[in-house]
Write a protein that binds this ligand. Structure first.
Ligand SMILES: C[S@@+](CC[C@H](N)C(=O)[O-])C[C@H]1O[C@@H](n2cnc3c(N)ncnc32)[C@H](O)[C@@H]1O
Length: 279
């Protein structure tokens, strides 16, 4: 299963990396809030889980400065190569990389001051394992922060695309929107906070953040998802090129109503969870 997840993200790696300007604009405020909750100081050691193409890793590396250290991990070797390239291009020497499943024990010598995870934790089949692994490597007083997708009802672009994709694949059975390892697996009210408390964390908070996509049109959003949105790409992957094209076209039409006077505004809601390892 984890191997399948890794291969799926390998396939989306280049798309996610080249979409960094879109991702960065979409998550600008949410990322700033995540870093603020991590309480990063110069010299801090940070573990960045599911680091992807390293957009937030770079922000973290800059926040902790040359005396700090970041270990960026991801299950997909290909996407982590893009992170390495981004960090090298920025001339930052304080980041190390390791291909790793966030659910597995972390191999690192000293404890971390913070563990961060931007839009990765919900893909874990057993997120409690990831929370426990992070807990073990945090110093007492260290911070855990994660951004995940919020309530599916407030994420209509994702739910619409998934619905259309499943229809084109002929997957007509009903599935829980909160299925483990899926986009909304941590979106149910209180779920992530409960998991954090059960793992032993204190000072647990979970805050809803609006992170709408501001793009010229629905076509731009669909172009982003079709190159980098692994969960939807994977639903359509078994179809032939013509059938896939028709699904993407239908998604674009379905998302057109989000066009307003100022351009296209796709609603998106995130949850920012934060917690402390007790001293
Ligand atoms: C939506 S991308 C987010 C990447 C990056 N954090 C960002 O915000 O730009 C999700 C990332 O989670 C990674 N991922 C999925 N399941 C994982 C797991 N079990 N352990 C580690 N990384 C995982 C994927 O490989 C992918 O890079």
């Amino acid at each position: 299963m984890t191997d399948a997840v890794a291969r799926a993200w390998d396939r989306a790696a280049e798309g996610w990396a080249t979409s960094t300007p879109i991702v960065r604009a979409w998550l600008r405020r949410a990322t700033a809030a995540m870093l603020s909750e991590a309480r990063l100081k110069p010299g801090a050691r940070v573990l960045d889980l599911a680091a992807g193409a390293g957009d937030q890793t770079k922000d973290i590396a800059l926040a902790v400065g040359p005396t700090g250290e970041v270990l960026a991990t991801d299950i997909s070797p290909k996407i982590l190569d893009f992170a390495r390239g981004r960090i090298e291009a920025a001339g930052l020497a304080n980041v190390r990389f390791a291909v790793a499943d966030a659910e597995q024990p972390v191999h690192a010598e000293a404890p971390f001051d913070a563990v961060t995870c931007r839009l990765g934790l919900m893909f874990c089949m057993n997120p409690a394992n990831a929370l426990a692994a992070a807990f073990k490597v945090l110093r007492p007083g260290g911070r855990f922060v994660a951004l995940v997708f919020g309530d599916p009802a407030n994420n209509p672009c994702i739910t619409t695309m998934m619905k259309v994709a499943r229809k084109h694949r002929g997957l007509t059975g009903s599935v829980s929107p909160y299925a483990e390892g899926g986009l909304f697996s941590l979106a149910a009210p209180g779920r992530l906070a409960s998991l954090l408390m059960a793992a032993g964390y204190v000072e647990v908070t979970a805050e809803t953040l609006a992170a709408p996509f501001e793009l010229p049109d629905a076509a731009a959003y669909v172009a982003f998802v079709r190159s980098s949105g692994s969960p939807i790409m994977e639903v359509l992957a078994p179809l032939d090129a013509k059938a896939r094209e028709s699904a993407w076209r239908e998604m674009e039409e379905a998302l057109e109503p989000f066009r307003g006077d100022q351009g296209w505004l796709g609603p998106n809601e995130l949850l920012l969870a934060s917690a402390t390892r007790p001293g």
